[in-house]
Design a protein around this ligand. Sequence first.
Ligand code: 13P
Length: 252
Amino acid sequence: MRRSLIAANWKMHKKIDEGLSFITGLKEKYPRTHPVEVVICAPFTMLFALAEKALGSGISIGAQNLYWEKKGAYTGETSGQMIVDAGCEYVIIGHSERRQYFHETNVEVNKKIKAAHAERLNVIFCIGESLTEREAGQTFTVVQKQLIEGLEGISEDALESITLAYEPIWAIGTGVTATPEQAGEVHTFIRKLIREQFSDPAAEKMRILYGGSVKPGNVDQLMALDDIDGGLVGGASLELSSFLQLINFKSS
Ligand code: 13P
């Protein structure tokens, strides 16, 4: 059985005191025995403070990016070992906003995944098509290329520390959610690809999150699907009250 995961992606939001009070509130409502795993991916400035606050709570802290070199003259970048040093257990890699605004390629995403693995960081690896690509009937080919190129040279062992996140770009921050049918068919396709590229057990173990306007009002429906193992949430993760509703989704 795959344990569901709800991950908050705070993107470029919140100051340190706001992040800390969110974690304090979440800890009060999140028993260690909770069936859903919870990860908070926050801006770099507050990672260390949040990880200290979350210690022993079962809540994991994650970064939203890394650079693949361990150290060196790379002004403005942050390495995997620095993220681990700050107390993080997770890192998001390949988010569409990084691909779109910072021109990250599949090759770079692949280097980042390998660097994260070398530091024993768990990866949330994002893939997903744009509206133009969906309308041109290219959803499956785009997702397949991102997945195969992103996982190039990754062993089946390493795959165990990777969680995939299918995030159709047209559903991110737009309020337009993929219907359970639209999300479900891509998730099933992704699991089939993992089966073909790796093995049956690898596909069975792989968690595949859905991201794109996940909200308290649609989370139950999405999480009810067999191939959806959790969510990667932007907007609705910023308020504690809505985030609590998300992690307490009703499983079918
Ligand atoms: P929204 O939940 O705001 O649509 O963002 C989704 C996302 O990009 C999570 O990584």
